[in-house]
Design a binder for this molecule. Structure first.
Ligand SMILES: Cc1cc2nc3c(=O)[nH]c(=O)nc-3n(C[C@H](O)[C@H](O)[C@H](O)COP(=O)(O)O)c2cc1C
Length: 353
C-alpha cells in the first residue's frame, strides 16, 4: 500500500501489521457494536453550512484546555496497554504528543509507568484514573501529581467491564497473559479491569458521586469526568466538583446501544451552559469531525484508536504523522468553511439531521 494519507489508511495498515487477537481488542466494541458504528455514522448525518469570501489566508487552530495551551483542539484519549501496539508503548506516544504540542492522557492501565512516561514528556499530561481501592487510587493520584500530571481524568462509564465478544471468542486474556504479561500493569502489578486476574479488587461498581469531593480532597489537581452522556449527569458532575467533562461512550466499548457522542454533546453543552469546559471523544477520524464537535460546543476532542493505529504502523513517527494529517485536514477544512480561527466556528456552521 502507498504511504498513509489519512487515518483510515492507518487503520488498514494497522490491521495488516497486528495479530488478529490484538486488532480485535483495539478495534472492537461491546455486544453488537451498535454504538461503535453509530459513533461514526452519526458524523456523516451532520452537514456543514460553510461561509464564503472570508479571508482565510491565515488559520489559527491553537487553543487551551483548563488553561493549558495546546497547538490544536485534538488531545490523546487514554487507552490501555500501548505495548500491545508497539514495543516502545507509551514512550512512543508521549514523544509524539510532545512533538505535536498537544496533550496526552495516560491510562491507569498503561504498559509503562506514569513516572517513566512523565520523564519523557515535552508537553502536558493528564492521568486517567480507574479506582481499584481508595487507598490505591490515593497513591496513584499522589504519584501523578508529583510526576507533573496537570489533571486527573476520572472515567465513570465503567462500573464493570462490558462484554467484548471478540475478546471472549479469541480468549484475549489467555493470549495476553501468554504473550504480553506486563502489557496492562505499568502502574501497579495487578491492574486489568476485565477481572481476568484474581488479585483484582476493582470497586468501580460501588463508587457514587461522593467520589468527586473525595478526589478533590486528596489532590489540588482539577478533576475531569470522562463518560458523561446526559444533561442530568453533567449537572451532577458540576455540582460535585468536576472542572471539566468529557462526553464519551468509551468508544463504543461499554454500554452498547447508547447514543453516539456527537448526538449526546448538544444536550450536555446546553446543561453545562458555560460553567465548565466540555470535550468529546468517539469516532473522530477527520478534520471535519472536529469542526462539527466544536460547532456543537466542545472545546476540544480526544482521539482513541487513531493513536493506536499510528503506533502499530510506525511507533512514535506513526503517531506524529497521524496527528499531522489530522492537523492539516482541520486547517484546510476550516479554510474551506470560511473560518480563520477556532473562534470563527459558530453553531450555525452545522445542520443537524
Ligand atoms: C483499546 C482501547 C483501550 C482503552 N482504554 C481506556 C482506558 O484505559 N481508560 C479510559 O478511560 N478509556 C479507555 N478507552 C476509551 C478511550 O479513552 C476513548 O474514550 C475512545 O477510544 C474514543 O473513541 P475512538 O477510539 O473512536 O476515538 C480505550 C479505548 C480503546 C480503543
Amino acid at each position: 500500500m502507498n504511504p498513509p494519507i489519512n487515518i483510515f489508511d492507518y487503520e488498514v495498515l494497522a490491521q495488516a501489521s497486528m495479530q488478529p487477537v490484538i486488532w480485535d481488542f483495539f478495534y472492537g466494541g461491546s455486544d453488537d457494536e451498535v454504538t461503535l458504528r453509530a459513533n461514526r455514522s452519526a458524523f456523516e448525518r451532520i452537514l456543514l453550512r460553510p461561509r464564503v469570501l472570508m479571508d482565510v489566508n491565515t488559520c489559527d487552530i491553537s487553543t487551551s484546555v483548563l488553561g493549558i495551551p495546546v497547538s490544536m483542539p485534538v488531545l490523546l484519549a487514554p487507552s490501555a496497554a500501548h505495548g500491545l501496539a508497539h514495543p516502545d508503548g507509551e514512550f512512543a506516544t508521549v514523544r509524539a504528543a510532545g512533538a505535536a504540542n498537544t496533550l496526552m492522557t495516560l491510562s491507569t492501565e498503561s504498559t509503562r509507568s506514569l513516572e517513566e512516561v512523565a520523564a519523557l514528556a515535552q508537553g502536558p499530561l493528564w492521568y486517567q484514573l480507574y479506582i481499584y481501592t481508595l487507598e490505591e487510587a490515593q497513591g496513584m493520584v499522589q504519584r501523578a501529581e508529583q510526576a507533573g500530571y496537570t489533571a486527573i481524568v476520572l472515567t465513570v462509564d465503567l462500573p464493570r467491564y462490558s462484554r467484548r465478544e471478540r475478546d471472549l471468542r479469541n480468549d484475549m486474556n489467555s493470549y495476553q497473559q501468554a504473550h504480553y504479561p506486563d502489557a496492562f500493569s505499568g502502574n501497579a502489578p495487578h491492574l486489568s479491569v476485565d477481572g481476568s486476574d484474581n488479585q483484582n479488587t476493582y470497586i468501580g461498581d460501588t463508587i457514587t458521586w461522593d467520589i468527586l469531593p473525595w478526589l478533590c480532597s486528596i489532590t489540588s489537581l482539577p478533576i475531569v469526568v470522562k463518560g458523561i452522556l446526559t444533561a442530568e449527569d453533567a449537572e451532577l458532575a458540576i455540582n460535585y466538583g468536576a472542572s471539566a467533562i468529557i462526553v464519551s461512550n468509551h468508544g463504543g466499548r461499554q454500554l452498547d446501544g447508547v447514543m453516539p457522542t456527537i448526538e449526546a454533546l448538544p444536550e450536555v453543552v446546553a446543561s453545562v451552559d458555560g460553567r465548565c469546559e466540555v470535550y468529546m471523544d468517539g469516532g473522530i477520524r477527520r478534520g471535519i469531525d472536529i469542526i462539527k464537535a466544536l460547532a456543537l460546543g466542545a472545546r476540544a476532542v480526544l482521539i482513541g484508536r487513531p493513536v493506536l493505529w499510528g503506533l502499530a504502523v510506525n511507533g512514535q513517527e506513526g503517531v506524529q504523522h497521524m496527528l499531522e494529517l489530522l492537523r492539516s485536514e482541520l486547517t484546510l477544512s476550516l479554510r474551506l468553511a470560511g473560518c480563520a480561527s477556532l473562534a470563527d466556528i459558530q453553531r450555525s456552521l452545522v445542520q443537524l439531521p
